[in-house]
Write a protein that binds this ligand. Structure first.
Ligand code: GDD
Ligand code: MG
Length: 347
């Protein structure tokens, strides 16, 4: 079975990090999430992927190529204009088989695929929508369940207080090819607003498979930050590169140059080829990307740095997220989200 990964959206709620890259390429634990995702599905027997791309597609294509470096095969379905979540699936039609998996590529999750596929086989539906339970369903697609796992209605992002339940679309579907016949081509189509409601109205069999386990849509900076706390606290068992020192929640990559009197406060993750100047205090809840250079006397907490960031001596950072190559001067910064394009420098 192939997996189609939807990775073409603009990622507006994660700007400025996504201003010059696709959201699913955001680093999580020092690797693009999309890579973790492909490896997780590969572990469960999926070795053939289609990635539906548009926004900064060349970043995805040049990172993964034909997939051979990860031991999988990858094809790309390219949209000229954004076609929406259903339009992107329709656009990939020539690359898809009789039955396939569709995944919103910005969803952080681990899934038991065998049980999801078994669920799909055990029901006579055209689509299985994987569901997860959340406290506030208003920013998701919400379902009302009927008898025998059938979905009675699907409402995308209902107004607060109007959600029919707390079970939401997890952004993972098992689909029969027949669904493609219900998606018009040549225009933008939303699977959530058009196709699912249409299939439900037609009685075509849309079933909900309740998942348990960790699930997070990384689409806002708050959730993106929270996701890192969950990784560092091991609430989400993402494989972490680097060695953990004495089981203490300090992960250290290769070739780190750590100055005198540096304090690494767990949980903290330091990538490869990182330099940290004397007497800096790094952590808790911090990630330092590969190749970062941090000056002396820096105080950094609750902060995520992607690759090759440069932090000058004396800077104090709290709850910041810096995209690859960001340079920050010796400021006191709280909740700053920047990327290279928005360099923070001494005035
Ligand atoms: N190729 C392509 N083309 N991909 C797209 C397009 C498009 O036009 N539009 C969105 N995507 C991709 C995004 O890149 C993202 O990975 C995924 O589809 C979902 O888009 P989001 O913009 O993140 O949607 P959302 O989070 O507001 O809502 C969706 O996900 C929720 C789960 O997190 C919906 O599917 C909700 O129903 C669902 O609950
Ligand atoms: Mg999303």
């Amino acid at each position: 079975m192939k997996a189609l990964l939807l990775a073409g959206g603009l990622g507006t709620r994660l700007r400025p990090l996504t201003e010059n890259m696709p959201k699913p390429m955001a680093l999580v634990g020092n690797r693009p999430w999309l890579e973790h995702l492909i490896l997780h599905y590969k572990q469960q027997g999926i070795d053939s992927f289609v990635i539906a791309v548009k926004h900064y597609r060349q970043i995805i294509e040049s990172y993964f190529g034909d997939g051979s470096k990860l031991g999988v095969s990858i094809d790309y379905a390219v949209e000229k204009d954004l076609l929406g979540t259903a339009g992107a699936i329709k656009n990939a039609e020539p690359l898809l088989g009789d039955r396939f998996i569709v995944v919103n590529a910005d969803i952080i999750h681990h899934i038991d695929l065998k049980s999801a596929i078994r669920f799909h086989d055990d029901h006579d539906g055209m689509v299985t929508i994987c569901l997860t339970k959340v406290e506030d369903p208003s920013s998701y697609g919400v379902v009302e369940m009927g008898e025998a796992d059938r979905i009675r209605s699907f409402v995308e992002k209902p107004k607060a207080g109007e959600a029919p339940s707390n079970w939401v679309n997890a952004g993972i579907y098992i689909m029969d090819r027949a669904v493609l016949g219900y998606i018009p081509s040549g225009r933008a189509v939303s699977i959530e607003k058009e196709t699912f409601p249409l299939l439900i109205r037609n009685g075509s069999g849309v079933y909900g498979h309740r998942m348990n386990g960790y699930w997070m849509d990384m689409g806002t900076t708050e959730r993106y930050r929270q996701l890192h706390w969950d990784v560092l606290d091991r609430r989400f068992p993402l494989p972490i590169d680097g060695k953990e020192l004495d089981d203490k929640g300090i992960w250290l990559g290769d070739n780190a140059k750590i100055g005198q009197g540096v304090l690494l406060v767990p949980p903290v993750m330091i990538g490869n080829n990182v330099t940290i100047g004397d007497r800096s205090i790094i952590g808790p809840y911090s990630v330092v990307g590969n190749g970062c250079r941090i000056g002396g006397g820096v105080r950094m907490a609750n902060t995520i740095l992607w690759d090759r960031c440069k932090i000058r001596s004396g800077a104090q950072l709290n709850k910041c997220i810096f995209g690859s190559g960001t340079h920050a001067g010796p400021h006191i910064l709280h909740e700053a989200v920047c990327n290279r394009a928005l360099e923070v420098q001494r005035p």
